[in-house]
Design a protein around this ligand. Sequence first.
Ligand SMILES: [Zn+2]
Ligand SMILES: [Zn+2]
Length: 700
Amino acid sequence: MKERVLVFAALPYVNSGLHLGQIAGAYLPYDVFRRFLKLRGYEVIATSGSDEHGTPITLKSIREGVPPESIVEKYHKLDVEIFKSLNIEFDAYIETSSSIHKEVTAKFLRKLMDNGYIYEAEMTQPFCEIENIFLADRYVQGKCPHCGYELATGDQCENCGRTLEPNELVNPVCIFDHSTPVFKQTKHLFFRLSNLQDELLKYIESKGMWRQNVLNFSKNFIANGLKDRPITRDLNWGVEVPFSGYENKRIYVWFEALLGYLTGVSTVLGSQDEALALWKDRNLKYYHFIGKDNIVFHSIIWPGMLIAHGDMTLPHYVAANEFLNYQGQKFSKSRGTGYTVQQLLDKYDSEFLRFGVLYNLPEDHDSDFSLDEFENRVNTELIDKFGNFVNRALVLAFKKGPVSSDQIAQNGLDVEAEQTIKQGMSKIISEMEGVHIRNAFKAWLDLAYYGNSYITSRKTWDACKKDDANCNAAIYTGVKLVYALAVSGQIFLPKTSKKILSWLGFDEPIELREDLYLPVARLVSKPERLYEKITTKELNLELRVAKVDDVFDHPNAEKLYLLDLNLGDEKRRIVSGIKNHYDKSTLKGKKIVIVANLKPATIRGEKSNGMLLAAEDESGIHLVLAPEQASPGEEVRIGDWHIDTSEISIETFRNFNIQTAKADSKTVPVLFLDGKPLHLETSAGMLYVDGSPKEGIRIK
Ligand SMILES: [Zn+2]
Ligand SMILES: [Zn+2]
């Protein structure tokens, strides 16, 4: 029987669409590795799923006025689509709100309770006396004791980034009714992790082949002493606790989400008992692909849970990638840094994205992603070198017709090419076996570069002016290089490989081995160009400070003004419907904020080159203004994290829910991105709203 191997990717949290950092951190390496194992003949079960509980989801549900189920459903579907588009595949992709997952969790937890690893203890939690409920940390809001930011929550301050406890907040309030919570004792269940200190240290020390980042982090974590962890919390959205007295509490999301792996395998095999039987096998090997922010859960807590359960083999390998950064900042859904995968898929071929991520795979250190570099690499490396080589080699072979390996007379270059293929294949295989995916991909890329230089130095076109064994050798060897790249490329660029292999007459997945055998170089269909080059650029949001130089009445419209604006080294005019709300003298000299890169429009016969930001309520229109010291033309940035506004498309910005909040005794626009507040600011400080409007802000 084939050896069975399990491959897992961490369950993504479904409160917004996936970003590229997650793909680089876990999912693409997972998929490459999974494909590798299958092509090496293993019987693979590979799973992941949506992590659907926790407060970020409930908060979003409250803010958007929809049930958590609908948020979860929306992003689960979206993620599934994204994975499909990227050819990242799973044997089971579960949901943690499913009944099977709840059953798996309950059964597992009961076993831990029976084994003495779960106990009850009291802890202090904020309590809302109006609703008569304990409040999860994020349900308490107040002033940050460190920086004075008013929208800090009981777990962290989004402004200064410090982690907080609910009782540290100045003037804490319940986010639902703004009442002041009291602090009361409440009982919770705890996992006795402290008991497993020695056993887990022994486990980590047996994993010398793991990557250094995982080992260092895990050893340090254990050295600081393992503490028992609460596994229940006061919340109504989550997996129910299977014990009486816990009806109003739910299992902490980290605990049950880890059990998603067990649920995944139970789903594939048909039952939890089958999965547990498989896990009992001491020879079972399984691999976890995760981002580095998830290390402790997979290298310590999850193995701890498995030891506590008993009769379960521990993870063979925990592969944690570092971060893929976006222009020096961490990709983040909640902060809105970088593009979502969907935005990129709308624009680029999925193979380009796989290539771009693999090229910058943050395996042993953080790496950086920028669109310019990405587009440039795809064009110059993937298309110019690999794509061109494949095209040159195959077009010639198609013209020439089938060449069998016994009709050729290979010269020195051909022999060298054969050796290079062999070395390349064996390098790719050995690097993959060590879970060094970045190195394996580099070896593949080197083979592609080699192919490109081979066909140039072999002068195949010249060689084939005569139809002889020398021409045959050049054709055959070129095709064999392409074949090697297509076979090994099945794990990296599956769509590309499938296409090439089909031109060569292969439609099955081809086993990955050092010794590739190609009896005949034959093209069964005419090779096409593999890729189209990237040429376009997306129009992204550009917010700028504009000083109102002059104001005129629109000649043909009662409610419209013509505003002459000064943007530093540029003057422009916009048409705006604020005439009933501002008189000319008030407007002159004001520093307003405009979307500066919209296509010019003609409004009632007058050209308008931009739109301004304003809020509107029953009392009228309130302009969004820049601080007095801001320079005309200056770019407005989003958030205290210095998110580049050029990363956000105008369409996305239009869909943002821009609210207002009080800060420094002014009303400021606050842009809620997945529940987290972001500010709009200039070098001279935050933007503010003229007056105190009650409604959101729009582009006018
Ligand atoms: Zn309350
Ligand atoms: Zn703070």
